[in-house]
Every structure is written in structure tokens, then in C-alpha cells.
Design a protein around this ligand. Structure first.
Ligand SMILES: [Mg+2]
Ligand SMILES: [Zn+2]
Length: 205
């Protein structure tokens, strides 16, 4: 029997597990990390459902020297430890340290980090998900062959027609979508998922 491939949920970092820095600013140190309520519980829930969790984050601040690499690694180490204390296992945090002009293969919307994780951890990208709060996350996920959830406070007006993300308000409210607990018709889910995810959450609470 060949070893079965594992399902994963890839998470963007800022705006998914912790609050974003103000526009134009960077999160530089651990003290600036403020977790979004429900994120740890969501990861623990996905773990129990058989998903491994990976964070994939663009960290251009390394290239522009706004963020020090040792601080970034410290932040990521502490995120993993804080989550683990709550029974939420993040297998690995991948980051892209490059600037836009470097045209690397890892900076989202490219899918290099997801593909590397898939090689490193024998993941099945076809049954995996990407969750992010920007369309570059969605594009990276879909380019890797994953399904995707876009986190948005309200349904975005314009989603490029080639993308088909589900939409949820938060990582916590994305969980029932990923686990297909909402009895979704994939043909209509794109239009309705926002309301569906809200109603699923209401049912659970
Ligand atoms: Mg983000
Ligand atoms: Zn890169």
C-alpha cells in the first residue's frame, strides 16, 4: 500500500490568524501579533477532521529591511507554540522573503509555497484548501489546484470570473464550508456562501 497523501488547509497569516498591521505598515515583532478570535479553535477543529495546517505568508518586509529575519522566525515560532497550547497544530510556516521585483516563484499569487509544502509533506493539493483575505491568496490556491475560501467582511463586488472562492467572514466561519457541513450545491455556493456560512455559524452557536 502506498502511503496516502494528506489533505491540508493552507492559511494566509495576516488577516487570517492575526489582525493585519495598519495599511502600509508591517508586523515586525511578536508584541504586534494579535490573534483573531476563533482562529485557534478553527485550526484545532480542522486538525481533528484530518487536515494538516500550513501557513503561507508573503513577507516582503524582509527584502525591504522593514522586518528582521530573526524577528520573523521568532514570531512564527511563537505562533506555532501558542496554537499548540490550544491543541491547534500548525505543521509549518512558509514565508516568501522576496520583493515583488525579484519575480520569485513563491510570492503569492504564485503557488510556489503551496507546491513546496506539498513536496515536503506529501500533500494532496487537489483535496486541499487555501484560506486568505486577499485575491492573491485565492489565486495562489487555485493555481496549485486547491479550492479556496476568501475571507471578506461582506461579499466582494468583483471577483475575477476565473476564480471560484467560497466566501466567509473569518477562518472560524470558513470551517463549516471546508468540511462541507452546510449542504452546499457547488454551482450556487459562490453566490450564496456568504449567507450560508453565516447561517451555519448561527446554527452551531
Ligand atoms: Mg492577508
Ligand atoms: Zn519568494
Amino acid at each position: 500500500m502506498s502511503a496516502a497523501l494528506t489533505r491540508a488547509v493552507f492559511l494566509d497569516r495576516d488577516g487570517v490568524i492575526n489582525h493585519k498591521a495598519p495599511e502600509g505598515e508591517y508586523i515586525r515583532t511578536w508584541t504586534e501579533i494579535h490573534f483573531i478570535p476563533g482562529a485557534m479553535e478553527a485550526v484545532a477543529f480542522l486538525n481533528r477532521a484530518g487536515y494538516r495546517i500550513f501557513v503561507v505568508t508573503n513577507q516582503r518586509g524582509i527584502a525591504t529591511q522593514k522586518v528582521r529575519i530573526e524577528d520573523l522566525l521568532d514570531i512564527h515560532d511563537r505562533i506555532q507554540r501558542e496554537f499548540a497550547l490550544r491543541g491547534a497544530n500548525i505543521s509549518q510556516i512558509y514565508y516568501c522573503p522576496h520583493d515583488v521585483s525579484e519575480r520569485c516563484s513563491c510570492r503569492k499569487p504564485r503557488s510556489g509555497m503551496l507546491r513546496r509544502a506539498a513536496r515536503d509533506h506529501r500533500l494532496d493539493l487537489q483535496t486541499s484548501w487555501m484560506v486568505g483575505d486577499s485575491l492573491t491568496d485565492v489565486k495562489a490556491g487555485e493555481d496549485a489546484g486547491c479550492r479556496s475560501v476568501l475571507l471578506a467582511p461582506r461579499p466582494p463586488q468583483v471577483i475575477p470570473p476565473s476564480y471560484a472562492p467560497l466566501i466567509a467572514e473569518s477562518l472560524e466561519s470558513a470551517v463549516p464550508l471546508i468540511l462541507n457541513l452546510c449542504d452546499l450545491d457547488p454551482r450556487v455556493v459562490r453566490a450564496q456562501s456568504f449567507e450560508l456560512s453565516r447561517s451555519c455559524l448561527r446554527e452551531e452557536s
